[in-house]
Write a protein that binds this ligand. Structure first.
Ligand SMILES: *Cc1c(COP(=O)(O)O)cnc(C)c1O
Length: 380
């Protein structure tokens, strides 16, 4: 049924062998900087590459500060702690996301609330958010109280799915109105812009990931970006075991975390960042080739929406229904072409199944139909 798709993907990747979903690409100064790092012996949490990386990524996204961490999940955890999320608070996020966004809420002892996404962006729907808050909350002492549970809704974590920006400016306005701290999960959207501004810079804090499958990688890594100097300093402190800076004293002034990014990983990232612009261009070229092809088929290729520039981190298509989706997944994977469905909705996972939700109609619709197709950069 999908022989034409199989053939097309084998053609663009020039192989009938295994085609992964997303491979990293090391074509720049990676080995040079790694060698420098090893020769210096500063391979761990102290070294020049960490500071260099923080400066360069902040500069790239147009944010005042960046704090590097050992992965994106730990960056989310710290960002939520700095948003004052604590035990028995509530945090709004989308049901259709990678589990890390929700796990980080649980690490703080807080409860997630799952709100629907928009069908076109696959990110948190401002309309659904507004409707939920209007119907279910009151404002008391500049805090948003959930009328059903009596708990405080402290933060909101929208996510830019597969690199496609959600309607983040509208979400920001709603969060401001309801006194909710906006923490953007921009783990998938480095290089993606909304109204010409970088995703991750709309919220009080934004979070990025540099896991092996992301657009640039450090093996593992993450960062928090913010324009707030106080938050940046506290993020650094919390992620570095809350050690009080001193020439020789070993004093920690609170329970901190060892969430530092090692210098080795930062060395890799400084090199990867040098190629990010060309990666985004090549990914967008690949997306446009896919788009032209799928235009002539019954599958719907997912494109960036108005006022957005997507990094097209993972390309996606929408099949007609669940049955057709499963046929697609079976046929492509049995031909060694790696494809996979979008995540299972968070409210269906055993640890989150009691969470409060809205109707989640679009999430349900997308969950049954969306499939990711190979998205590694190719030399065209
Ligand atoms: C990758 C990712 C993260 C962070 O993942 P790490 O593997 O911890 O770096 C968080 N949220 C989303 C949506 C992601 O895709």
């Amino acid at each position: 049924m999908f022989d034409d798709v199989v053939q097309f993907i084998q053609n663009i990747y020039k192989t009938k062998g295994f085609i992964p979903l997303h491979e990293p690409l090391f074509i720049g100064n990676e080995k040079k900087y790694l060698n420098e790092c090893i020769d210096s012996t500063f391979v761990s949490s102290v070294g020049k590459f960490v500071a260099q990386f923080e400066e360069k990524i902040a500069d790239y996204v147009g944010s005042k500060f960046a704090v590097a961490t050992c992965n994106g999940t730990s960056a989310l955890h710290i960002a939520l702690l700095l948003a004052n999320v604590s035990k028995d608070d509530e945090v709004i996020t989308q049901s259709l996301t990678f589990v890390a966004s929700t796990n980080a809420i649980s690490y703080c002892g807080a409860q997630p609330i799952f709100i629907d996404v928009d069908k076109d962006t696959m990110g948190l729907s401002p309309k659904a958010l507004q409707d939920f808050l209007e119907a279910n909350t009151t404002i008391q002492n500049q805090q948003c109280i959930n009328s059903t549970t009596g708990r405080i809704i402290k933060a909101c974590v929208p996510m830019h799915t597969f690199g496609h920006p959600c309607r983040i400016d509208q979400i920001k306005d709603i969060c401001d109105k309801y006194h909710i701290c906006l923490v953007e999960d921009a783990a998938e959207s480095l290089g993606s812009l909304h109204n010409r501004l970088h995703t991750g810079t709309f919220g009080k804090m934004g979070v990025m990931s540099f896991n092996g499958n992301k657009i640039i990688t450090a093996g593992g890594g993450g960062c928090i970006i913010t324009n707030d100097e106080g938050l940046a300093k506290r993020a650094k402190h919390l992620t570095t075991t809350a050690k009080v800076p001193h020439m020789w004293k070993l004093v920690h002034d609170m329970v901190g975390y060892n969430y530092r990014m090692p210098n080795l990983n930062a060395a890799l990232l400084v090199a990867q960042l040098e190629n990010l612009d060309s990666f985004v261009i090549k990914k967008r070229e690949l997306a446009s080739i896919y788009s032209d092809f799928f235009n002539k088929t019954a599958c719907n290729f997912i494109k960036e929406s108005k006022n957005n520039r997507s990094n097209y981190w993972l390309n996606g298509i929408i099949l007609q229904d669940k049955k057709q989706r499963d046929v697609f997944l079976d046929e492509t994977n049995s031909k060694d072409i790696m494809t996979r469905p979008i995540w299972a909705m968070m409210n269906k996972l055993p640890m989150f199944e009691r969470a409060q939700c809205d109707d989640l109609g679009n999430s349900e619709w997308l969950e049954q139909r969306v499939v990711n197709i190979p998205s590694s950069i190719i030399e065209l």
